[in-house]
Design a protein around this ligand. Structure first.
Ligand code: HEM
Length: 153
């Protein structure tokens, strides 16, 4: 008997992260928030393993840091910068979500009568403000990482 392929429109899986709704500015931010959130969890585990080497000996720590620090390898420096970008974006977009989920900047609630209203246009100015603030930190990070703006040797 032929096996029927089932399709669950409400459970589109990982591809639904991209196409599960109107592809607008907020959906791009959602996708980036999820990717950066998962990347931060991945980094957290890697970070604990790396820092754990200090428990062996000071020499072991020096050796590990000598190999995987951004000071010694420009490729690693670039990935460290990507991590900083992920933190900046996740932090500012996360603050945006916390404000919106608490009910700020979305207007007064109204009865859900057809045609349904959306607060998306109302929220968008706040969204832009948060993204502009994040961009200022991104520009700062470029100076700190690649133009000698950091205070390390
Ligand atoms: C800088 C402070 C942070 C803020 C303000 C913040 C804020 C948020 C918020 C509000 C959400 C819920 C998004 C929603 O409404 O659906 C969220 C989701 C998430 N955060 Fe954070 N977060 C922060 C730091 C972190 C860190 C350090 C990690 C990882 C170690 C992390 C990993 C995640 C993950 C995996 C999700 C779920 C994403 C998803 O379901 O799409 N966050 N964050």
């Amino acid at each position: 008997m032929e096996k029927k392929k089932r399709y669950y429109p409400n459970f589109p899986g990982v591809p639904g992260w991209i196409y599960g709704g109107n592809l607008n500015f907020e959906r791009v931010l959602f996708l980036l928030h999820r990717i950066t959130g998962l990347a931060l969890i991945f980094y957290l585990f890697a970070h604990i393993i790396v820092v754990g080497f200090r428990a062996y000996s000071p020499e072991m720590w020096e050796m590990v840091m000598g190999r995987i620090s951004g000071h010694s390898n420009p490729v690693i420096l670039f990935f460290e910068w990507l991590l900083v970008l992920a933190v900046i974006f996740h932090m500012f977009n996360g603050m945006r979500l916390i404000f919106l989920e608490l009910g700020f900047f979305i207007g007064k609630p109204s009865r859900p009568v057809y045609p349904y209203r959306t607060s998306i246009d109302r929220q968008r100015i706040f969204t832009w403000i948060m993204m502009i603030l994040a961009s200022i930190f991104v520009i700062w990070s470029i100076f700190a990482f690649f133009m000698g703006g950091g205070n390390h040797a």
